[in-house]
Design a protein around this ligand. Structure first.
Ligand code: SAH
Length: 204
C-alpha cells in the first residue's frame, strides 16, 4: 500500500508515511472486509459509512502540515482510522461523530492501540466544537456545500482547514489557510466522500 499507492504518488512527508505504515488499517473495518484492508479503495465501516482510500487519508494528513504542538479538530470520526493517523502526529485530536455507535466503536479501537490523546464527542460537527476555543487545524471527512462558518470561526489565525466541498456525489478537496481572518483557498483534487448530515451540511 505504501509503495504503490502513497510513495508512488505525491505523498512524500516521511512522518506521514511512517505513521501510515505503523497503524494497522484492518482493525478499523468489519472482519469480512479485512482481506482488502490494504487495497487503495474506500472500505465499509457500518452505518452506511466508509473509510476513505489510503491515498486520500495520506494527502489530507500531509496537507495539514502537522507537528507535535498542533491541536486538530476532526469532523466525522467514522472508524477512527484517520483519527489514529492524526493522533500519532500531533499533540491532541478533538473529533466529532454524528453516529453514537461509530464513535463508541472508534473509541474502543483507539484504546486498544494505546492512543490516548483524543477527545471524542457525539453530535453535529458542522456546528463546531461545543466549547468555545480555536484549533490549529480542522479536517472534515464528510462532504459539505462550503466551509461551515462555525468551523471557520474556530480556526486560529494561520490555521489550515481541509474539506471535501460540493453538492453532488463527487466533490473537490479544498485546503484553506486563514490569513487576517480570511480564508485563502487551494483546490487539491477531486474526491468522493459521504455527505455530512447536519446544519451546515445536507439533510438526512
Ligand atoms: N474519517 C473516517 C471516515 C469518515 S466517513 C475514517 O477514517 O473512518 C464520514 C463520517 O462522518 C461518518 O462516520 C458519518 O457518520 C460522519 N458524519 C456525517 N455527518 C456528520 C456531522 N454532522 N457531524 C459529525 N460527523 C458526521
Amino acid at each position: 500500500m505504501l509503495q504503490y499507492d502513497l510513495r508512488g504518488r505525491d505523498i512524500t512527508d516521511p512522518a506521514v508515511l511512517k505513521v501510515m505504515a505503523a497503524i494497522p488499517r484492518e482493525v478499523f473495518v468489519p472482519p469480512a472486509d479485512r482481506w482488502r484492508a490494504y487495497a487503495n479503495g474506500p472500505l465499509p465501516i457500518g452505518a452506511g459509512q466508509t473509510i476513505s482510500q489510503p491515498y486520500i487519508v495520506a494527502l489530507m494528513t500531509q496537507e495539514l502540515r502537522l507537528n507535535h504542538e498542533r491541536e486538530v479538530l476532526e469532523i466525522g470520526t467514522g472508524s477512527g482510522y484517520q483519527t489514529a493517523v492524526l493522533a500519532r502526529l500531533v499533540k491532541r485530536v478533538f473529533t466529532i461523530e454524528r453516529s453514537p455507535e461509530l464513535s463508541v466503536a472508534a473509541q474502543e479501537v483507539l484504546k486498544n492501540l494505546g492512543i490516548d490523546n483524543v477527545e471524542f464527542r457525539v453530535g453535529d460537527g458542522s456546528r463546531g466544537w461545543p466549547e468555545a476555543r480555536t484549533f490549529d487545524r480542522i479536517l472534515l471527512t464528510a462532504a459539505v456545500p462550503d466551509f461551515p462558518p462555525p468551523l471557520v470561526a474556530q480556526l486560529g489565525e494561520g490555521g489550515v482547514i481541509i474539506a471535501p466541498i460540493g453538492q453532488g456525489s463527487v466533490q473537490e478537496l479544498v485546503a484553506a489557510e486563514k490569513r487576517y481572518g480570511k480564508l485563502i483557498e487551494r483546490p487539491l483534487c477531486g474526491c468522493r466522500f459521504v455527505k455530512l448530515i447536519g446544519e451546515y451540511g445536507f439533510l438526512d
